[in-house]
Write a protein that binds this ligand. Structure first.
Ligand code: AMP
Length: 553
């Protein structure tokens, strides 16, 4: 499609569906009905003088700075000034295509500075950024485009032919943006001005739409407001002490909230820089670590680093902080990491719908196997899954959170929104957890992963922790599979560490010594590798499918 095309009218109402505004960081409630504090003076001031809080705070504040923003693997450096000029050219391109504030821009492209500049351009032009996993197939993309009624879709040139017919049917303009920054979108932008009049937006306006939970039925589009993103970035900068002296080693994808919002927004807000790698490449990460001060990773990145002899105390001595999230970090990895490097990984917990909820402390004890405490301004409680009542400290229940970080709902899914977001603003995360005597939060698993066998509730994490400790076991996943007698029964899937022989008899014995009988796996399967998604999460749904019939007949 040509960039000369005139005003484009396939726009839905701006910020559609964002009428409720729990994303606005106005009040902090600890008890229902009790208003504790109004947001601080600085934030009120920021809002009153800013025309577009997200753009102005993350990007505009860095306008004109000649300092490095992105260090690239080929040795080149992109300054803030040049990055923002590119973003302005992109914003002009979108405006030239007739896009209006609130329109969705869907993006399925490789990670590159240009891809990040599309995010900045959307913020500046008041558009809703909709990043998509590069692994999604044409039929999955079809759903996202149709569901979001995106006005523009940017994809890699290699996928253009397959995706064009679907875009045509949906009335979505398709442009290409390749990993090297070339493509029809970049061509259109070349001749555009380097500056753009930032479109006025409000903190409650929609900034991004992120589809989530593809493993449990149809994906839902989590709507994230400007305030959701800004409040969380502000909290994390403070909590993790980010500054303009920081250089973040960025090897995460930017279609997910971890790499996009946690890593990039925090760096932008602090005015720091990133070593921006297209993907996690062990050699590259090791070669470039000496130039970094911080790294954010998912657990698998840390286990891969630990598997390499070049990952030494010397390599990491200068580092200020390693954080981990998106999937559980095994306590064993935490401990091995510390004994190898002297650094204690700071584990935090969040999700697409809420950004970050909890973090281990920067200064205090970073406790292995826990996700720390609720972040400043975030309320977290453990409730009974059936009654919704608060549970006493120490009991396992569903984790609910409320705060300025929590999204206002799912895109055009009011019923799903009502099921998961309570009227009082608490979001039912779907995770199970408990709070220990010192207040540290432990994630016990996903609600849907809980096994009910013969009427007993069984939490897989407890069994996995014991299995992981057995000689010869590298890791484990415990799942519930259909059983004619018990409804569901416990199946343990093990991966051998290849160093010591696996003794299944000894493992059975350790399980019966350590756990009540009803929790003991009725069967153990050994496989080469646990199935994981790109963020390192074990895909238990695939294991459940694979082993669904083991107790039948
Ligand atoms: P996503 O929406 O893709 O970011 O996935 C969010 C889910 O990842 C959460 O609901 C948790 O189940 C899981 N998760 C994120 N961080 C952690 C963590 N530190 N420990 C355990 N699970 C986590």
């Amino acid at each position: 499609m040509s960039c000369e095309s005139g005003p484009f009218s396939a726009s839905a109402p701006s910020g559609a569906g964002v009428s409720s505004t729990p994303g606005r960081a106005v009040v902090d409630r600890t008890e229902p009905g009790q208003i504790i504090c109004v947001e601080n003076i600085l934030q009120i001031y920021e809002r009153s003088v800013m025309s577009n809080p997200l753009y102005d705070t993350l990007f505009g504040a860095n306008q004109g700075r000649d300092t490095p923003f992105l260090f690239l693997p080929d040795g080149s450096v992109l300054s803030y000034k040049d990055f923002l000029a590119m973003a302005a050219r992109y914003a002009n391109t979108f405006a030239g295509l007739g896009l209006e504030p609130g329109d969705r821009v869907a993006v399925q492209v490789g990670k590159s500075p240009e891809a990040l500049a599309v995010y900045a351009a959307c913020a500046q032009a008041g558009l809703v950024f909709l990043p998509l996993n590069t692994a999604y197939t044409v039929s999955e993309i079809d759903y996202f485009i149709t569901n979001s009624t995106a006005s523009v879709f940017l994809c890699d040139g290699a996928g253009q032919d397959a995706l064009q017919p679907m875009c045509q049917d949906a009335g979505t303009q398709l442009f290409t943006l390749n990993g090297d920054g070339s493509g029809t979108f970049a061509d259109c932008a070349k001749t555009q001005p380097d500056s753009f009049d930032t479109v006025a937006r409000d903190g409650g306006d929609l900034a991004a739409l992120l589809y989530t939970s593809g493993t449990t039925g149809r994906s839902k589009g989590a709507m994230l407001t400007q305030d959701n993103l800004l409040s969380n970035a502000r909290t994390l900068v403070e909590c993790w002490r980010f500054s303009d002296q920081d250089v973040l080693l960025h090897a995460l994808p930017i279609f997910h909230s971890h790499g996009l919002f946690v890593a990039s927004n925090v760096t932008l807000m602090a005015g720091g820089a990133m070593i921006f790698l297209p993907r996690f490449d062990l050699d590259q990460v090791i070669a470039l670590m000496p130039a970094a001060t911080t790294m954010m990773g998912v657990p698998t990145l840390y286990t891969r680093l630990l598997g390499d002899a070049r990952f030494t105390p010397e390599l990491t001595r200068h580092m200020r902080l390693f954080t981990s999230g998106s999937a559980p970090l095994l306590a064993e990895t935490h401990i091995r990491f510390e004994s190898r490097t002297g650094h204690r990984i700071l584990e935090r917990y969040g999700m697409t719908e809420t950004n970050m909820n909890t973090s281990n402390p920067y200064d205090g004890e970073r406790r292995a196997g826990t996700v720390g405490f609720a972040l400043e301004g975030v309320e977290l409680k453990i409730t009974d899954a059936v009654t919704g009542a608060n549970l006493p400290q120490g009991r396992i229940g569903q984790i609910e959170v409320r705060g300025p970080n929590v999204f206002p709902g799912y895109w055009q899914m009011p019923e799903k929104t009502r099921e998961e977001l309570r009227e009082d603003g608490f979001f039912i995360t779907g995770d199970l957890g408990r709070i220990d005597e010192q207040g540290y939060i432990h994630i016990v698993g996903r609600n849907k992963d809980m096994i009910i066998s013969g009427g007993f509730n069984i939490y897989p994490k407890e069994i996995e922790l014991l299995l992981d400790d057995q000689p010869g076991v590298s890791e484990s996943a415990v799942i519930g599979v259909p059983h004619p007698d018990f409804g569901e029964s416990v199946l343990a899937v093990l991966v051998a560490d290849g160093e010591q022989a696996l003794n299944l008899g000894a493992i059975d014995q350790a399980v019966s010594d350590g756990l009540a009988r009803f929790k003991a796996p009725k069967m153990i399967k050994v496989i080469d590798e646990l199935p994981r998604n790109t963020m390192g999460k074990v895909q238990k749904n695939l294991l459940r499918d694979q082993f669904r019939d083991v107790f039948q007949g």
